[in-house]
Design a protein around this ligand. Structure first.
Ligand SMILES: Cc1cc2nc3c(=O)[nH]c(=O)nc-3n(C[C@H](O)[C@H](O)[C@H](O)COP(=O)(O)OP(=O)(O)OC[C@H]3O[C@@H](n4cnc5c(N)ncnc54)[C@H](O)[C@@H]3O)c2cc1C
Ligand code: FES
Length: 305
């Protein structure tokens, strides 16, 4: 029986010598071919919490809209003319070709400017960029989707994918932790996930507020509520590095192989296509080789977390 700690890595980056390898700029330049910008109109803005809004965008040119396709886990560069561009995960279903949903937290310069926009405003997008979650590979298994805070944003696209292909999966559970209950996002979809899509949802808040009747504690406390068949389970873990590090080592102890756990890494990005080197970790480009990596690869990336 193979030792789970020594599964063959899925990605080549595991075998790179980080100190001596030189980025292959010729290979990266291939990605420039995908750098097509699309003008978009903001058709709808929903305030989810004090800090986050959901922006619904439609690509204005019908031809460009017709050819724009993405995979769950990919991101795009959202450009606000005069302010700059920011990498944002696509948070909607990839089967919806009419609009894109982006769940955005007000963090600084560009995102604050975005928060001043109204419906009807124009922005631009480039992409989609990066790697995606291996949805087909996960089919036939149980799936744990584990989100900390804003981590539910990149997790929503695979969640839509699973809901639309529900018969291809065994048990599916979402474990979702936040600091305060008022920070829970997409609460209006909880019933749909549970009752229509048969996805078990477990939420937890670190600090309970008045009126909160759910669980209080850390996200790992939710593992007491579920049983895990480690032989047939995949996990997608999205959230701050400190959270996915703890969660992934917990799952590792439960016997889930590291190459069946997937995380999405966040780095400062500028071009999104392997050109500017801003997102590099060792010789790995987070924008092109990631942002989705299996946990084995992340463990082998120096300074990734
Ligand atoms: C692949 C990817 C997907 C992302 N998806 C989302 C998403 O779906 N929703 C969302 O709200 N945000 C997402 N982010 C983070 C988002 O890109 C940053 O919050 C944004 O770039 C901040 O830009 P700003 O000009 O508003 O802030 P700045 O003025 O540039 O910075 C404000 C603060 O945000 C921090 N910050 C800036 N850029 C990043 C970054 N790339 N990652 C982490 N912290 C950063 C800075 O350190 C600083 O503390 C994603 C980042 C990546 C790399
Ligand atoms: S963001 Fe420019 S190389 Fe990755």
């Amino acid at each position: 029986m193979p030792d789970k700690h020594f599964v063959i890595p899925r990605q080549d980056i595991n075998r790179e010598d980080f100190t001596s390898s030189i980025p292959d700029f010729n290979r990266r330049s291939e990605f420039m071919k995908t750098d097509m910008g699309h003008k978009c109109i903001i058709t709808n803005i929903v305030r989810l919490t004090e800090q986050e809004k959901l922006f619904k965008l439609r690509i204005i040119d019908p031809h460009e809209q017709g050819i724009f396709r993405f995979k769950p886990g990919q991101f795009l560069m959202l450009e606000l003319p005069g302010y700059g561009d920011v990498p944002i995960s696509i948070s909607s279903s990839n089967s919806n070709h009419e609009f894109l949903e982006l769940c955005i937290r007000k963090a600084g310069h560009v995102t604050s400017a975005l928060f001043t926009l109204s419906e009807g405003a124009h922005v631009a997008i480039r992409g989609p960029f990066g790697s995606s979650f291996p949805m087909d590979e996960m089919a036939g298994n149980n799936v744990l989707l584990i989100a900390g805070g804003l981590g539910i944003a990149p997790l929503r696209a695979p969640l839509f994918w699973i809901s639309e292909h529900r018969e291809r999966f065994l048990n599916v559970a979402v474990l979702y932790g936040v600091k305060e209950p008022s920070q829970l996002l997409f609460t209006y979809q909880f019933d749909e996930w549970e009752k229509i899509n048969h996805i078990t949802l477990h939420t937890i808040a670190e600090h309970a507020e008045a009126g909160w009747r759910g669980k209080s504690g850390m996200i790992t406390d939710l593992f007491q509520d579920i049983s895990i068949d480690s032989e047939h389970t995949y996990a997608i873990v999205c959230g701050p590095p400190v959270m996915f590090k703890v969660v992934c080592s917990y799952l590792d102890n439960l016997g889930i192989p590291m190459n069946r756990m997937f995380v999405s890494l966040e780095r400062r990005m500028h071009c999104g296509m392997g050109k500017c080197c801003r997102c590099m970790v060792g010789s790995t480009f987070t924008c092109v080789d990631g942002p989705v990596f299996d946990y084995w690869s992340v463990m082998n990336l120096k300074e990734a977390i």
